[in-house]
Design a protein around this ligand. Structure first.
Ligand code: ZN
Length: 676
């Protein structure tokens, strides 16, 4: 009897832990348990309940799919419940799964094949289309009731507002996953820190959190993306689909993005091999998070026959989960690195730990503010995450495991490289070294210059640059173009061939357009986008260098902060000298004109007014310009047409008075020959 009592206590403990974790995960978007821990506890509870059905409470977490919606967003009741997936952590569990299916539906299961898809680690959503038009979008919520996030869904760029193709059903539901691309995730977190906001723990929480914002204009600024994976329709709707693979094909035909690397596998062995390749080869190359692969019985007829288990999980699908990408280790020290703009970036030195097949020793800590916010102390046991190509990150400390020996950390008062007193930037929370010739800045500056988004110099890795700097061969970016093969081949780890290859790669970068060069120079506040806007607007380095702060600030998309920074940079004699040397070395100083003269809107003068359904004003203007049109501010007889959205005011009135054509966003898309 004591045994049962102990089990009952364990069930209650597990339920409480899981409920709390669900709340933190789904409602607060602030997970405290790792996915692997959550799965482990969930399984333990499931196992106990299976063996002792009397211990299962009517409100057991195993009967639920997520937490109920608790925000002030309107509720959306799903026409068909949104189920979750059972998990397999080993190949053996996949074989047991197939054996169970065979017991229910016979040997047909083995021959029907499996549809294998990526398991996107994002936020599941349901999209409703009527007559091919997106009319509603909702989160999963608890699977039965979710939140209506239609205005936010409409801002997701690759969610089609209108399905393409003919013979679209009167009403259909498309399910899929909203996700946050890795590269942009890092950038957003840095932005949030600057604004003093709480950062997101991972891209999945960023996707879910951005999707559930009450203000869709903020969601619009978040680069959310979407992959569809299923079509749900009422029984009387015949879509002529026989297999899950057909479903994915149909989604693509309708213009819905489908995740890459999907595969129709003839047997479970083939599916297992696919999952292994996914984990070992594909995972690290993706710009979005996946936490495994999904196998679905391909035949829809068989899926129907296999049905749903426990009202919660479809029998015919299973997630093959990856080894966790989070580990615990000790934070040995916090050190500071000097960035290319002089920013002091603290990073974590860890007790080396194996995560997903790689040993991790260092992790980013972003900035001082984040360390204080997370209350990280040297000596803490911390959780470290490594996903894809993202730099390993410290998620946070495990305060329960503190011994009292941990030490708090503060930002050094002097630059750790050159000793110059540290300055605080007013615009951001960052501390930085103001010394422009700080050797720390130069190393990072060179690394940035050679990076993929900048001059893209193949083979010029961090280690190589460090080696060249140490050898005294380069001090700044212009020195790169003077490097000769015979200087390199005496260096350690340089074969004659690699020396020549590097010199060639550096020479090849001379043709990069002005936008890449501007970005590569590492001017404070000038990111890739600003560099592109400036290069397009001014066309040449000379024009930009001669421009006044006011004329730079007047460019759309460039604010005062960037304008001042650019003007200050070119005001420095050392910067002008650097540009001169780059020019003399033959580096391109101009931006090619974008091809737009034969666009669909050639010769049209367009006025934009009101709030458009999906495009922001600058985005709409860019679209018009890319297609050869010109955007002006006020309506006159010369205006070709007015693009109007909601709450358009006097401009719309004026257009009507003058008899000028007024169109909506959908019509704009039609005119430029593109689906919304
Ligand atoms: Zn310094």
């Amino acid at each position: 009897m004591t045994d049962t009592r102990a089990l009952a206590a364990r069930v209650s403990e597990l339920s409480k832990q899981l409920e709390r974790a669900s709340f933190e995960y789904y409602v607060l978007d602030r997970p405290t348990l790792t996915d692997a821990e959550y799965d482990r506890l969930f399984r333990e509870l499931q196992d106990i309940e299976r063996a002792h059905p009397s211990l299962r409470a009517p409100d057991s977490p195993t009967l639920r799919i997520g937490a109920p919606p608790q925000s002030s967003l309107p509720r959306h009741t799903h026409a068909f419940p949104m189920l979750s997936l059972g998990n397999a952590f080993t190949d053996e569990e996949l074989r047991e799964w197939e054996a169970r299916l065979v017991r229910i539906a016979g040997d047909d299961v083995r021959t029907a094949g499996y549809c294998a898809e990526l398991k996107i680690d994002g936020a599941a959503v349901s999209l409703i289309y009527e007559g091919g038009i997106l009319v509603a979008g909702a989160t999963r919520g608890n699977g039965v009731v979710g939140e209506d996030v239609t205005p936010n869904i409409r801002t997701v760029r690759d969610v089609p507002l209108r399905l393409t193709g003919s013979s679209l059903p009167a009403r259909v539901e498309i399910r899929g996953e909203i996700y946050y691309p890795f590269d942009l995730f890092e950038r957003m977190n840095e932005e949030l820190v600057k604004q003093g906001e709480r950062v997101f723990a991972n891209p999945r929480n960023a996707a879910s959190g951005s999707l559930r914002l009450l203000d869709s204009s903020i969601t619009r600024q978040r680069p959310l993306r979407f992959f569809g994976y299923s079509i749900v329709a009422a029984n009387d709707v015949d879509l002529a689909l026989a297999r899950q693979s057909d479903v994915l094909d149909r989604l693509e035909a309708w213009g819905v993005p489908v995740a890459p690397h999907r595969r129709r596998c003839r047997s479970l062995d083939e599916a297992i091999a696919w999952a292994h390749a996914l984990e070992l080869q594909v995972r690290g190359t993706l710009n979005f998070a996946i936490d495994g692969g999904v196998l679905k019985v391909d035949s829809l007829a068989l899926q129907e026959e296999l049905g749903v288990v426990g009202g919660r999980e479809p029998r015919w699908a299973i997630a093959r989960k990856f080894a966790p990408d989070i580990a615990e280790t000790t934070l040995l020290d916090i050190r500071v690195n000097v960035g290319r703009t002089g920013a002091l970036n603290p990073y974590a030195v860890l007790d080396p730990v194996e995560i997903g097949g790689t040993t991790v020793t260092y992790a980013t800590l972003h900035n001082e503010d984040l360390i204080l916010r997370k209350d990280l102390r040297i000596g803490d046991l911390v959780q470290v995450k490594r996903a894809g190509e993202v730099i390993p990150q410290v998620i946070g400390p495990i305060p329960d495991r503190r011994t009292g020996m941990e030490r708090r950390w503060t930002m050094p008062r002097k630059c750790p490289v050159c000793g110059t007193p540290v300055v605080r930037d007013e615009d951001t929370v960052a501390a930085f070294c103001p010394n422009v010739s700080c050797p720390g800045r130069q190393l990072e500056g060179l690394v940035h210059f050679a990076s993929r988004g900048a001059m893209d110099i193949r083979g010029l890795s961090y280690a190589r640059i460090e080696q060249l700097v140490t050898a005294g061969l380069i001090h700044d970016v212009a020195d790169l173009y003077a490097l000769r093969e015979d200087q390199l081949k005496h260096l350690e780890r340089f074969a004659e061939k690699s020396a020549q290859a590097l010199v060639d790669a550096i020479a090849a970068s001379k043709v990069q357009p002005l936008s890449r060069l501007l970005f590569g120079l590492g001017i404070r506040h000038v990111g890739a986008t600003a560099a592109e806007v400036l290069a397009r607007e001014f066309g040449s380095m000379r024009a930009l260098m001669e421009a006044s702060t006011e004329s730079i600030g007047a460019v759309r998309g460039i604010g005062d902060i960037i304008a001042h920074s650019v003007a200050a940079y070119f005001g420095e004699p050392s910067a002008r000298e650097l540009i001169r040397r780059l020019h003399d070395a033959g580096v391109t100083m101009t931006e090619p004109e974008p091809v737009k003269s034969d666009g669909a809107l050639k010769g049209k003068t367009v006025v934009i007014t009101g709030t458009l359904p999906t495009l922001s004003r600058p985005e709409a203007a860019e679209l018009v310009e890319r297609n050869g049109g010109r955007v002006t501010d006020s309506v006159s007889r010369k205006t070709s047409f007015v693009l109007a959205g909601d709450a358009a005011g006097s401009k719309l009135e004026k257009a009507r008075q003058l008899g000028i054509e007024v169109i909506d966003e959908a019509e704009l898309y039609r005119r430029i020959g593109r689906e919304a």
